[in-house]
Design a protein around this ligand. Sequence first.
Ligand SMILES: Nc1ncnc2c1ncn2[C@@H]1O[C@H](COP(=O)(O)OP(=O)(O)OP(=O)(O)O)[C@@H](O)[C@H]1O
Length: 273
Amino acid sequence: MSDTYQPDGMTSVPRLEVRDVTVRFAGLTALDAVGFNVEPGSVHAVIGPNGAGKSTCFNVLSGVYRATSGSVRFGDAELTAMAPHRIAGLGLARTFQNIALSPHLSVRDNLMLGRHRLTRAGFVSAGLRLPSARREAARHNARVEEIAAFVGLTERLDVPVGLLPYGVQKRVELARALCMEPRLLMLDEPVAGMNGGERRDMAELITAVRESLGISILLVEHDMGMVMRLADAVTVLDFGRLIADGPPEKVQNDPEVIRAYLGATSETEEAAS
Ligand SMILES: Nc1ncnc2c1ncn2[C@@H]1O[C@H](COP(=O)(O)OP(=O)(O)OP(=O)(O)O)[C@@H](O)[C@H]1O
């Protein structure tokens, strides 16, 4: 991993404020008046048993789902009625639980797609290969190479993503989100399906991103050890309700959290028996 990675002309990182957010799907309340803050520059985890509402929460924040009620503010901007591309334009970038990359394209091309929202040259000038468009493309390419070096992907830049091991593909996803120059990076289960070594590498990478860039990181993750090591604050959801919120050591010992997780374990065990 390179240590030369710096923010690219980034403006300040605002607080994310989630207030009383409710999401209903035909009779099912997936989120019930949930509220929490993501402080600037912090790593904030959202955890909870299966079906707790974590993905729904991410989908509301990134504009994929519309909240039934409540508000989400990022600094002065109200996000709840915004389209996903406008939310991305404010500097919220996310990765997905299931890898959402173009498998036939190289790592470089996938990362260049991440630069798309920052591209000023229109289709015409790019198509005509005007000098201004060429200069812009070169600038983006240089930034892609810088980010690839930081994430440890330099050697793989020209390899089609579909040929890479799963753990490396997850790093490409994170690199692509970084290519959007985010102020809030949202990671949906960044270590799901990874082996121990890959998990450690990803945890180191997330720490390095926070330390180098000072951006906020919001993550949904099932790996409790990783959450407790990495996060400054943890929000716990259960059946769409917020049951605990605070520093990891406090949340870890909260009786309601312990009950929610033990309950989930015994239900799984019952289902398996
Ligand atoms: N588009 C949808 N339409 C209907 N119900 C949905 C939709 N998306 C989620 N749900 C329901 O909302 C509830 C919360 O789901 P969600 O995926 O947010 O939970 P989760 O905490 O991310 O779970 P997991 O850990 O299993 O990914 C579940 O009961 C789920 O079935």
